[in-house]
Write a protein that binds this ligand. Structure first.
Ligand SMILES: *[C@@H]1O[C@H](CO)[C@@H](O)[C@H](O)[C@H]1NC(C)=O
Ligand SMILES: *[C@@H]1O[C@H](CO)[C@@H](O)[C@H](O)[C@H]1NC(C)=O
Ligand SMILES: *[C@@H]1O[C@H](CO)[C@@H](O)[C@H](O)[C@H]1NC(C)=O
Ligand SMILES: *[C@@H]1O[C@H](CO)[C@@H](O)[C@H](O)[C@H]1NC(C)=O
Ligand SMILES: *[C@@H]1O[C@H](CO)[C@@H](O)[C@H](O)[C@H]1NC(C)=O
Ligand SMILES: *[C@@H]1O[C@H](CO)[C@@H](O)[C@H](O)[C@H]1NC(C)=O
Length: 357
């Protein structure tokens, strides 16, 4: 396991880039799997014939000598299990009755088991909201007084099948809290758009994170929800599997305490794949600063992330970002790159961003 690093930039800083924050997160993984130039990507929704529809999306990206499996689900909090194998023939096996049972261990398997070279998971546990009204320090952590978070385990989600787009290799989980007594989400939603790629390219829209056939892009958008204060900043709490007894030694990551762990373990797909003997680490990803601009302007905020195995696709990122990534280079593994973007600044900032890109 190598170190990882997190930095953030508030809007109040001089940095012109719309990249507000970047998290790079690496665990050791074998080199042999990496760098496939192209992959045959397929997306399938795995139906549950036994009962109520549950969203389980399997992205399979097949290269010459390896396969990447991304298994996304909104069963419990939104989560993805990432598995890399050293064969183009590995498959996903789902046992729904076990997956939906109180003991889901083994309900999700990638076969053959001995082809698995690397596996990890990310769980998006909570949407955070902070009141930054009286916060002057743009680098403050937390960036204000927290409001009660929205637990993503208590969201209701759309039918993922309806959003599946084989042409763009994408699908969108769109959700809102099941119980919303204050009606903050009456006109709002939180959407996770997942997109896979068969080859390297760069999207037209900032932050234009370069993606490769070894990565999956995730765009998280908060749209139309009513903020609970005049100066609300939003964030996401993300949990991942620790390796060994400790979390990587990074300030922003904390081992989840016992009181909190049960909520994470209600993520059935993670438990189904990894069993219950796991140590989770969590970190918060927040964007913006009280000095604005912020969500309050247009009620729109989006995060762009790249998730994958291997080296981060460094080519073409801004010098600012590269400086940070250099610290962790050298250890391919689970990679998560996060860029934040307030879309209302798109037109104003786009040219500045292009110049550093
Ligand atoms: C795939 O594996 C074979 C045999 O191990 C090797 O010769 C070949 O170079 C590998 N191809 C790629 C693209 O890694
Ligand atoms: C699925 O899991 C259930 C409960 O553990 C088990 O009884 C059943 O045999 C499994 N089905 C298959 C096809 O493996
Ligand atoms: C989800 O969408 C698919 C395709 O439109 C449909 O076949 C399926 O019945 C839907 N499920 C539910 C619960 O509406
Ligand atoms: C939702 O939108 C409708 C129509 O624009 C508006 O009348 C209503 O006040 C909004 N509700 C909330 C809670 O924002
Ligand atoms: C929001 O701003 C308005 C006008 O400045 C003020 O009256 C109101 O008390 C503020 N609300 C909160 C929750 O701070
Ligand atoms: C994320 O922020 C929330 C709200 O401030 C806090 O309760 C939680 O402990 C934070 N999580 C981590 C992993 O820092």
């Amino acid at each position: 396991m190598r170190g990882s690093v997190e930095h953030s930039w508030g809007w109040g800083h001089s940095a012109p880039s719309p990249l507000l924050l970047l998290t790079l997160f690496l665990f050791a993984a074998p080199f042999g799997l990496l760098g496939e130039k192209t992959r045959q990507v397929s997306l399938e929704v795995i139906p549950n014939w036994l009962g109520p529809v549950q969203n389980l999306l399997h992205i399979r990206a097949v290269g010459t000598n390896s396969t990447l499996h991304y298994i996304w689900s909104s069963l419990g909090p939104l989560a993805v299990v990432l598995v890399a194998t050293n064969t183009p023939h590995s498959t996903l096996s789902v046992n729904w009755s076990r997956l939906l049972s109180p003991e889901p261990d083994g309900g999700l398997m990638v076969l053959p088991k001995d082809s698995i070279q690397f596996s990890s998971a990310l769980v998006f546990t909570r949407l955070l909201e902070f009141d930054s009204t009286n916060v002057c320090d743009t680098a403050a952590k937390p960036p204000g007084t927290p409001y009660p978070p929205y637990s993503l385990a208590d969201f209701s989600w759309n039918n993922i099948t309806d959003s599946l787009d084989p042409a763009t290799l994408s699908a969108t989980f769109q959700g809102h809290p099941m119980n919303d007594p204050t009606r903050t989400f009456a006109n709002g939603s939180l959407a996770f758009r997942v997109q896979a790629f068969s080859r390297s390219s760069r999207p037209a829209q900032p932050p234009r994170l370069l993606h490769t056939a070894d990565t999956c892009q995730l765009e998280v958008a908060l749209v139309g929800a009513s903020p609970r204060g005049n100066r609300s900043l939003f964030g996401l709490e993300v949990a991942t599997l620790g390796q060994g007894p400790d979390c990587p030694s990074v300030q922003e990551q904390h081992s989840i305490d016992d009181e909190y762990a049960p909520a994470v373990f209600q993520s059935p797909i993670v438990r189904a794949f990894f069993g219950s003997q796991n140590n989770f680490c969590a970190f918060n990803v927040t964007f913006g600063a009280s000095t604005g601009p912020g969500y309050w302007d247009q009620h729109y905020l989006s995060w762009s992330m790249l998730l994958g195995v291997g080296f981060p696709p460094v080519d073409g990122l801004s010098p600012l970002v590269l400086g940070i990534m250099a610290v962790a280079l050298g250890a391919p593994g689970l990679m998560l790159l996060v860029g934040g973007l307030v879309l209302l600044l798109y037109h104003k900032k786009y040219s500045e961003y292009q110049s550093i890109n």
